[in-house]
Design a protein around this ligand. Structure first.
Ligand code: ATP
Ligand code: MG
Length: 653
C-alpha cells in the first residue's frame, strides 16, 4: 500500500480480474445514456410495460423530498399485472409455480389455477371484512398459498405484511401490533430440517397480545388435530365458499402494496413501505435487464418469501413476466447438503438465484457432491444478500456453472425494492465480469461513492455508497415513522440516499461492495473493510466461512479478530493458525495481521443468512450482547462464540 491511509484494492481483487465472461452486444450503454438524458421520460417508458387502468399524469412528484410519488394519477392493480394479463394468452396453462418440500413432495400451479385461487381468496378476505387499505399479516412458510395470499391482498388493495415463518410469537406479535392488522394468515405448520414446526401454536401464543386481530385463517397441511379457536377459520373452507371472480380494485400508483421488515443485521428491523406503481415498474424493468427472462426458463430463487428477495423475485417479478418458478420449502443442507443441485437436476432449472452464505456452506463439503448432479440446464447464476467473496464466485462459476454461465452479483436492499447494481444479461452488455464485483448500477440508477463529506472519491478508494436521484422502486417511507425514514436515509449526506454500505469503484468503473459502513476497521491508520479481510481468509483452502470484527487497541487504534469455520477436511491447530496469519500477511499485507483467530462451528447469522457482526463485536470486547436479536437464526451461536472466545483467549495471546 502506497500511503498510510490508502485504500487500494487488495491483491485478491487484482488477481480476480483474470476470469472474464464476456456477453455480446452494446445495448447496455445505449440504454444507460437514454436513462441519464431524461430520467423521467425513461422511467415513464418502463412503466408502459405494465397494465394501467388509468395512465399517470406525472412520472415523478419530488416536490417534497425525500417523499417521492411515482406515476401520480395512474391507477393499476398488482394482481392484474401478475395474473389477469396472462389469462387470455398462451401462458394461461403454463406452470406458474412448481413447489417442492424437503420430503421431495411436489405440487404445480398453472397461471390459470393461481388466478382462480387468488380470485377466490380475495373474495374470502372481503367476506371476513378486509377492505382496501387494511393490513394483513401473512405468517406462512414457502408454499403456494403464500403467493395466493399476497396477490389476493393486492387484488383488493389490502397491504400485506409478510412475517418470516421462522420468527417467534413475540416477533410476530410486535409486527402485527405495529401494523395494526385485523387478520393473520398461517398454516398448521411447516417442516424444517425434519422437524414439524407448529406455526398455529405460535400464532395462538401471539394473538392475545394483538388487540386488533379479528380472524386467523389456517392452511391445513397435515392430518394433525389442531385446536381451532372462535376466531379461527380454515383456509380451504373460506375458499370453498367464495365466488370465483373478484373485481380488482383500481388502486392509485402510490397505494401501499406492502410493509416488510428489514433483516435486522445492523439493528432493530425497519418497517419498509413500498408503493404499487413505482415498485412494479422498477421490478419489471430490472428483472428483464438482469435475468433476461426467457419463456422456457425455470427460475429458482432460493430466498424465503419472508424477505424482500422472495417478495420481488419469487412473487412479483417472475409472475409479471410469465415465468415458471421453482419454490422450495426447505433448507439447502437437509436431509443432505445437495438440495439445490438435486432440485436443479430434477426440474431443469435454468436460472439459480441464491446467497453467498449458501454457496459457502456447499463449498465446505467439497466438489464431489455438486459434480454428481447434471447441472447442464443452468444458463445463469445469481447471488444476493452479502458481498460474494471472489473465491466463492470462482467456485460458483467453475463447479456449478462449468464456466458456461455468467454470474450476476446483485446488490440491493429491502428499501430499494429491486436490484440496483448488477450485470444486465438482458441488455447484451459487452462487459467482462470480474469475480466479486457487482459490475455497474443498472440503467436509471445514479450511484456514487463518497467520502465523509459527501464528495466523490477517486477510483480505487473506498467510500459510502449513495444513490443521488430517486428511482421508482424506492421505499415510500418507514411505516408510521416518516422522521426515521428521513434521518436514516436522507440526512447523512443531504439530499442523497445513504445505503449504509461501503464500496469502491475500480479504474474500470466496476463497483465492489465491501460490507456495512459500520463494519469498517481502522488499524494503524488504515481503513480496512470486513469484507476484504473475510475474502482473504476464505481464499485459503482450509476456510469455509469467516467473520471479522475488532477490539479497540491503544497502539493500533483497533486490532483484528477473526472467527473462522473450517472446511470439513481440516482440523484446527496452532500450525494452521500460523499458516492463516501468514496467508493474510501475504495477500492483504502485514497491516491486516489478525491479533486473534477463533475456530468455531457456527457464526451468528440473521435468519436471512447474514453475519451479525455487531454480536461478535460485543463478545470480543467483553461486553454483554445488547440490542435487537429477534432476527438471529440460532441463539446458541452466541454461546458458542463466547465459549470459543473464553477457551482460546489465553492460547491466542
Ligand atoms: P438491517 O437494515 O435491518 O440491518 P439488512 O440491511 O441486512 O438489515 P436487507 O435489506 O435484507 O436488510 O439487506 C440489504 C443489505 O444486504 C445491503 O445493505 C447490503 O449490506 C447487503 N447486500 C445485499 N446484496 C448484496 C450484494 N450483492 N453485495 C454486497 N452486499 C449485499
Ligand atoms: Mg439495511
Amino acid at each position: 500500500m502506497s500511503e498510510p491511509d490508502s485504500d487500494e484494492l487488495s491483491k485478491i481483487y487484482k488477481d480476480s480480474g483474470r476470469i472474464r465472461v464476456t456477453l455480446a452486444g452494446k445495448k447496455f450503454e445505449k440504454i444507460k445514456i437514454k436513462a441519464s438524458e431524461d430520467r423521467e421520460q425513461f422511467w415513464g417508458e418502463q412503466a408502459k410495460n405494465l397494465i394501467w387502468f388509468k395512465d399517470w399524469e406525472r412520472v415523478l412528484d419530488w416536490k417534497n423530498p425525500p417523499f417521492a410519488k411515482w406515476f401520480v394519477g395512474g391507477k393499476l392493480n398488482a394482481s392484474v399485472n401478475c395474473l389477469d394479463k396472462h389469462i387470455d394468452s398462451g401462458i394461461k396453462n403454463k406452470a406458474a409455480i412448481i413447489w417442492e418440500n424437503e420430503n421431495g413432495e411436489t405440487k404445480t400451479l398453472t397461471y390459470f389455477q393461481l388466478y382462480h385461487f387468488v380470485n377466490k381468496f380475495a373474495n374470502a378476505l372481503k367476506t371476513l371484512g378486509i377492505k382496501s387499505g387494511d393490513r394483513v399479516i401473512i405468517y406462512l412458510p414457502t408454499i403456494p398459498e403464500i403467493v395466493i395470499a399476497m396477490l389476493a391482498c393486492s387484488r383488493i388493495g389490502a397491504t400485506h405484511v409478510v412475517v418470516f415463518s421462522g420468527f417467534s410469537a413475540k416477533a410476530l406479535s410486535d409486527r402485527a401490533r405495529d401494523a395494526d392488522s385485523k387478520i393473520i394468515i398461517t398454516a398448521d405448520g411447516t417442516f424444517r430440517r425434519g422437524k414439524f414446526i407448529e406455526l398455529k401454536k405460535i400464532v395462538d401464543e401471539a394473538v392475545p397480545s394483538i388487540p386488533s386481530i379479528e380472524h386467523v385463517i389456517v392452511v391445513k397441511r397435515t392430518s394433525n388435530d389442531i385446536r381451532m379457536n372462535d376466531i379461527d377459520v380454515w383456509w380451504h373452507k373460506v375458499i370453498e365458499r367464495a365466488e370465483s371472480f373478484c373485481e380488482p380494485e383500481m388502486l392509485d400508483s402510490t397505494h401501499p402494496l406492502y410493509i416488510l421488515y428489514t433483516s435486522g443485521t445492523t439493528g432493530k428491523p425497519k418497517g419498509v413501505l413500498h408503493s404499487t406503481g413505482g415498485y412494479l415498474t422498477y421490478l419489471y424493468a430490472t428483472a428483464k435487464w438482469v435475468f433476461d427472462y426467457k419463456s422456457t426458463d425455470i427460475f429458482f430463487c432460493t430466498a424465503d418469501i419472508g424477505w424482500v428477495t422472495g417478495h420481488s423475485y419469487m412473487v412479483y417479478a417472475p409472475l409479471m413476466h410469465g415465468v415458471t418458478e421453482l419454490m422450495y420449502e426447505g433448507t439447502p443442507e437437509y436431509p443432505q447438503p445437495d438440495r439445490y443441485w438435486a432440485l436443479v437436476e430434477k426440474h431443469g432449472v435454468t436460472v439459480l438465484y441464491t446467497t453467498p452464505t449458501a454457496l459457502r456452506m456447499y463449498m465446505k463439503f467439497g466438489n464431489s457432491i455438486p459434480s454428481s448432479f447434471d447441472l447442464s440446464s443452468l444458463r445463469l447464476l445469481g447471488t444476493v444478500g452479502e458481498p460474494i467473496n471472489p473465491d466463492v464466485w470462482t467456485w460458483y462459476f467453475k463447479t456449478i456453472g462449468k464456466e458456461n454461465c455468467p454470474i450476476i452479483d446483485t446488490w440491493w436492499q429491502t428499501e430499494t425494492g429491486g436490484i440496483m447494481i448488477s450485470a444486465c444479461t438482458g441488455l447484451d452488455s459487452d462487459i467482462p465480469m470480474k469475480p466479486g464485483s457487482g459490475t455497474f448500477p443498472v440503467p436509471g440508477i445514479d450511484a456514487s461513492i463518497v467520502n465523509e463529506n459527501g464528495e466523490p472519491v477517486a477510483p480505487g478508494k473506498k467510500g459510502y455508497l449513495v444513490i443521488k436521484k430517486p428511482w421508482p422502486g424506492m421505499l415510500m417511507t418507514l411505516w408510521k415513522d416518516d422522521l426515521k425514514y428521513q434521518n436514516t436515509y436522507w440526512e447523512r449526506f443531504s439530499g442523497v440516499y445513504y445505503s449504509g454500505d461501503y464500496a469502491l469503484s475500480d479504474t474500470d468503473g466496476y463497483f465492489w461492495l465491501l460490507g456495512r459502513s459500520d463494519d469498517v476497521l481502522k488499524v494503524a491508520g488504515h481503513r480496512l473493510g470486513t469484507m476484504e479481510l473475510e475474502s482473504a481468509f476464505v481464499s485459503h483452502k482450509s476456510v469455509a466461512e469467516a467473520a471479522i470484527t475488532s477490539r479497540p487497541d491503544e497502539k493500533k487504534g483497533e486490532t483484528i479478530i477473526a472467527y473462522l469455520i473450517l472446511r470439513t477436511d481440516y482440523l484446527e491447530s496452532d500450525q494452521l493458525r500460523q499458516e492463516l496469519i501468514d496467508h493474510i500477511r501475504n495477500t492483504v499485507g502485514p497491516i491486516a495481521t489478525p491479533e486473534e483467530i477463533y475456530f468455531v462451528n457456527k457464526l451468528p447469522k440473521t435468519r436471512s443468512g447474514k453475519i451479525m457482526r455487531r454480536l461478535l463485536k460485543s463478545i470480543s470486547t467483553g461486553e454483554e450482547v445488547t440490542g435487537d436479536i429477534t432476527t438471529l437464526e440460532d441463539n446458541s451461536s452466541i454461546e458458542e462464540i463466547r465459549q470459543a472466545y473464553d477457551n482460546t483467549h489465553k492460547a491466542n495471546r
